[in-house]
Design a protein around this ligand. Structure first.
Ligand SMILES: [Zn+2]
Length: 68
């Protein structure tokens, strides 16, 4: 892929994502499934809290250069 920066997953935000939020909904996802949202520095906390408020397992990792 030719270097297109990922955009924040927050609705309406077009900022470049610098965090990857890996999460799972235990009710619908198998134990080894992970969904990934990406977030800018401003919205990483919002998105993580949104998920953890629903008791979803959440991990936040720095998003480094390459898209995955
Ligand atoms: Zn954002």
């Amino acid at each position: 892929m030719s270097g297109a920066a990922a955009e924040c997953s927050r609705a309406g935000c077009r900022d470049t994502a610098v965090w990857a939020i890996r999460w799972r909904n235990p009710r619908i996802h198998a134990a080894d499934r992970r969904k990934t949202w990406v977030a800018c520095g401003e919205h990483v906390v919002y998105l993580r809290e949104f998920l953890s408020a629903r008791d979803f397992p959440v991990e936040v990792q720095a998003l480094v250069g390459e898209a995955s």
